[in-house]
Each structure stands twice: as structure tokens, then as C-alpha cells.
Design a protein around this ligand. Structure first.
Ligand code: COA
Length: 264
């Protein structure tokens, strides 16, 4: 179905594997087409409650945008490419179902940007992160200047992107770029277990958590609909009271039993 992705559905989690291991899973135009389509599938398919994005092979999550596509590009084409990448990553970030990056090796350039567009990240102890674009006379174009700053703060983001340094998993954990570091053979298991915990919660509320937290960190008014995060939180809090799951959750607490959420 996808020429550059492998997908499998396990316990309502769609595992999406970027599958160009001979090119260290570099993001070419076809990968963006496929990521766009798989995001649509995640949004639309009720069997899918969450997703994990990872890379094929033992070496790389994604080693960046595909540099071989750069050489013949002019300014307009480059801007269109950045816009396209940003749009696809916004779609991932705005999914109302959780999407975790399981970073299994190099996450450089567009790979680091893809991981940062996911809701949070776990990585294997051999992972390496970096925004090395200045080595190529470039800057990140898929949201890296913004999301890295949001995640690790301005000073470290400045240093990280100006020096093009690559950091290891332990440093990524220390900087809050990732939530957990695991042995390589425990990576997917860890991501799946986190999502299984989230699956036990009310899905509509989970979607609203994602929405409100995204509004907290994104200042673009088109994205936030001109509303502050506090305003949106009030609305979302109220909207939860219109769900069957909120009634069920409160009733289950009062009746000292486990809630049975249906996603409505
Ligand atoms: N775009 C296109 N091809 C890429 C790529 C990228 N971003 N990253 C790796 N590849 C390709 C290599 O060209 C090579 O292809 P080949 O076998 O046909 O020559 C293959 O993937 C393996 O990569 P290689 O460089 O031989 O592996 P390595 O172990 O020596 O080095 C890296 C690994 C990640 C350090 C190195 O590949 C690298 O620096 N990649 C580019 C990272 C980058 O600058 N990303 C930001 C882009 S904006």
C-alpha cells in the first residue's frame, strides 16, 4: 500500500516503519506522500488508537531529508519543499490519537524534526540526534528551529543548531528531547507499553490533551485559531462534559470500579 513505509496493526497501535534502510531512511518526496497518507489512515481508521513511527534497520531512524533531491532546486522549489514537510509534520503533531517516535539510531536533520513532530519520543541507547543542516549551508526546514527550541530551550537550541553537533541518547534524555532510553531490543516494547496505558484512558480526553498542549507551544495564530491555550482549555474541559466517557469515568470512580471507555 505504501512504497516507502511498512505498517502493521498490533493491539490497536499502528507501527509505521520508514523503509529505505539502504539510504538510512532519508526522507524523499515519496516518503512525505506516504507519511501524509498514513496520517490520514491514523485519523480515519477507528481500529487505530495510536501509532509508533520508527525506522527500518539497526542503524537509523531517519538520517535526514534526502540530500540527493537538493542539488537542482531553486528558492521557490525549496520553499515548497519546506512547506510540504511542515504540513505533513503538522498533520502528525495534530493527530488526536497519540503518535510516538521510537528512535532506533540516527535521527538527523529531517529525522530529528520528524521525531520532534511526534507527541513524544523514546529512543534506543545507540540513538544519535542532530540538526546538521549548517554543514550543508542550510537550516532546518521542517519545523526544527521551532520545535527544538520548544523542547530543549533557546540557548541549547541555538548552540545545537549552530554547531551542528550530534548528541547521544543520554544527552537527549538529559535535555528532555526524549522521555526514555532503552536497549535496542526493548525499544518497540517500551513504546507499545506506553501506548497500551494510554489506550485505557478516555480517547476524546486524550485528543483534547494533545490539542491544548499543542496550543501551549505554538504561537502561529492560524494554528491556534486565534485562541490562547487557556481559552481552549476551558472549552475543551467543557466539551468533555458532553462525552459519554466523562459520565462513565465519574460514575466508575463513585462506584469504585474500572471505567469502560467507548471513545464517545
Ligand atoms: N540523504 C540522502 N542519502 C543519505 C542521507 C541523506 N540525508 N543519509 C545517508 N544517505 C545515504 C548515503 O548516501 C549512503 O548511500 P550510498 O550507499 O548509495 O552511498 C547510505 O545512505 C549510507 O550512508 P553512509 O553515509 O554511507 O553511512 P555512514 O555510516 O558512513 O554515515 C551518517 C552515517 C548518518 C553519519 C551519514 O550518512 C550522514 O551524515 N548523512 C547525512 C546527515 C545529514 O546531513 N542530514 C541532514 C540532511 S538536511
Amino acid at each position: 500500500m505504501y512504497s516507502t513505509l511498512l505498517t502493521s496493526l498490533e493491539n490497536n497501535t499502528l507501527i509505521v516503519t520508514i523503509n529505505r534502510p539502504d539510504k538510512l531512511n532519508a526522507l524523499n518526496a515519496q516518503v512525505f506522500t506516504d507519511l501524509d497518507a498514513v496520517a490520514d489512515e491514523i485519523y480515519a481508521n477507528p481500529e487505530i488508537k495510536s501509532a509508533i513511527i520508527t525506522g527500518a534497520g539497526a542503524k537509523a531512524f531517519v538520517a535526514g531529508a534526502d540530500i540527493s533531491e537538493f542539488s537542482s532546486m531553486n528558492k521557490e522549489q525549496a520553499m515548497a519543499m519546506a512547506k510540504r514537510g511542515q504540513d505533513v509534520f503538522f498533520k502528525i503533531e495534530n493527530s488526536r490519537k497519540p503518535i510516538i517516535a521510537a528512535v532506533n539510531g540516527f535521527a538527523l536533520g529531517g529525522g530529528c524534526e520528524l521525531a520532534m513532530a511526534c507527541h513524544f519520543r523514546v529512543c534506543s541507547d545507540n540513538a544519535k540526534f542532530g540538526q546538521p543542516e549548517v554543514n550543508l549551508g542550510l537550516i532546518p526546514g521542517y519545523g526544527g528551529t521551532q520545535r527544538l527550541t520548544q523542547l530543549i530551550g533557546k540557548g541549547k537550541s541555538m548552540e545545537f543548531q549552530m554547531t551542528a553537533q550530534t548528541i547521544d541518547a543520554a544527552e537527549a534524555l538529559r535535555l528532555n528531547l526524549v522521555n526514555y532510553v532503552t536497549a535496542p531490543d526493548k525499544l518497540l516494547e517500551t513504546a507499545k507499553a506506553l501506548l497500551q496505558t494510554i489506550h485505557t484512558k478516555a480517547p476524546v480526553a486524550i485528543g483534547k490533551i494533545i490539542e491544548c498542549i499543542n496550543v501551549a507551544i505554538v504561537s502561529d495564530s492560524a494554528y491556534t485559531n486565534g485562541k490562547s491555550g487557556y481559552d481552549r482549555e476551558i472549552e475543551c474541559f467543557g466539551e468533555c462534559f458532553e462525552t459519554k466517557d466523562m459520565r462513565e469515568g465519574a460514575a466508575a470512580f463513585m462506584e469504585k470500579r474500572k471505567a469502560n471507555f467507548i471513545g464517545e
